[in-house]
Structure formats: C-alpha cells, structure tokens
Design a protein around this ligand. Structure first.
Ligand code: 13P
Length: 255
C-alpha cells in the first residue's frame, strides 16, 4: 500500500479562537470555497461552545466538525470537563487529544492522553492524537524516543481494528505558532518513524493504512511541499485555519 491509498485529512485546530457567531460566518464563507473538493477529508476542530453553530452551519457540506479535547470518564464530578457522549450527541465526529498546549499548560501526560483517546474511541469518535518533541528534546537528539514513547503510551489498550479511527498528528512543539516550520524532510522523517512504531505495534498493513498528519506553522505557502512527502497524509493547522482563503489553499494542496 502507498500514500495514495491513505485518507488525506486536513484538519483545523481553532484553539481558543472564535465565538459562535464568528463560527457561523466562517463556515458560511468557507463551505462554497471548498465545495466539490473531495480529494481529502476536511475537519474543523472548534471550541466546545462553538460546536452547535459549527455543526448547524456545515450541514450538507463536505466539512466535518471536531472538538479539541474529551474527558476520560463517562460522567461525574469533573467540573469544567466534557464527555465523549456529550460531543457525540452534539454532532462531533472527531476529537483532538494530547495537543502539546494541553501537555504544556494543563498538566496532561501520556497516561491522561491515553485515557482521553480511549474515551473518544468508546464514543465512536475519530481521534487525532498529537505527538511531538520540544526544542530541547530535538537538540538533545531524543526526538524519535520522545514521539515513540508518546505514541506507544497513548495507544495502550488500543487494538489494530481501533486504528481505523485514529489519526496521528506529528507536531514538533518548536514549530507551533512560531512561524518556524519543520523542513519537509524533517517532518517526513519523523512521520516515517511514527509509522515504524505503528508497524511494530500493529504490523505493516495497519501502519501503512494510518493517516499521519504534520502540524506546526503549516500554511498556504508551505502546505504543498509538506503534503507531497511520502509519510505526510494531511495537516493539523492552527493559525491558517482561522482564515478561510488560506485554509482553502491548503485543502486544495491536498487534492
Ligand atoms: P499553528 O499552525 O498555528 O502553528 O498551530 C499548529 C497546531 O498546534 C495545530 O494543532
């Protein structure tokens, strides 16, 4: 199997941006620009409070909606958290887990990421698992060890069959929101290494079928070069997913 047989997925991660009314306006602007572009799946992961507006505005479009996190427990005394069942009922199809900002600012660990990932799967959501090294880890030469550990721990208890519903996003922390993109070769090298980890866990066929995205300052200018690489099957886009023209260029680059 080769890259052409994997599903390309271009996903936006809005982080803490946009209100519900801004969400509606954005989706109404984006939908006609990418209508008919069916060479990749298009997902926008939005803040919890924007989900209802996003789902409503993207009915009958090729845009699917995701959330930016999910709690590991099904329900209970977890003030401020959101369950997989809640997301599912709101029309969410995807959820991001393990984003480096969650790890950096909110104390998430490989173990909590594993719990959240399994909660997403248990509720029938497709899960985008983020992994990536910090600048210090890259400089110390432990990039592969870092992403390998993050991937293995997050996928603990996940079967080969479940992998149909998992996307891995390689996001080097030093490239997020900095304007510093990994070179296409650097990104491809680590995405290839992650595919190797998947092969060791699940076998070649599953590894070859899994969508691996690159994220970190992907934009309208560099998307085509990154997406042309053997192991890069899509993008997880922050800043450029807030501008419908830039996001459209990236979706086009994935056709
Ligand atoms: P930027 O595209 O803004 O660098 O963000 C990437 C990211 O963190 C996506 O999850």
């Amino acid at each position: 199997m080769n890259k052409a047989k994997r599903t390309a997925v271009i996903a936006g991660n809005w982080k803490m941006n946009m209100t519900p009314s801004q969400t509606t306006a954005f989706m109404n602007e984006l939908a006609p620009k990418i209508a008919g572009l069916n060479g990749c799946k298009v997902v926008l992961c939005v803040p919890f409070v924007d989900i209802a507006a996003a789902v409503e505005a993207t009915k009958n479009t090729n845009i699917e909606i995701g959330a930016e996190n999910v709690h590991m427990e099904a329900k209970g005394a977890y003030t401020g958290e959101i369950s997989g069942e809640m997301l599912k009922e709101c029309g969410v199809k995807y959820v991001i887990v393990g984003h480096s900002e969650r790890r950096q600012y909110f104390g998430e660990t490989d173990v909590t990421v594993n719990g959240r990932l399994k909660a997403g799967l248990a509720n029938g959501l497709k899960v985008i698992l983020c992994v990536g090294e910090t600048l210090t880890e890259r400089e110390q030469g432990v990039t592969f060890e870092t992403v390998s550990r993050q991937t293995k721990v997050a996928l603990g208890g996940v079967s080969a069959d479940d992998m149909k519903n998992i996307i891995i996003a390689y996001e080097p922390v030093w490239a997020i929101g900095t304007g510093k993109t990994a070179t296409a070769d650097q990104a491809d090298e680590v995405c290839g290494a992650i595919r190797g980890v998947l092969a060791s866990l699940y076998g070649e066929a599953t590894a070859e079928a899994t969508t691996i995205q690159y994220g970190g300052s992907m934009n309208a200018k560099n998307a085509a070069e990154l997406l042309a690489k053997e192991h890069i099957d899509g993008g997880l886009i922050g800043g450029a997913s807030l501008k419908s023209d830039d996001f459209t260029v990236i979706v086009n680059a994935a056709q």
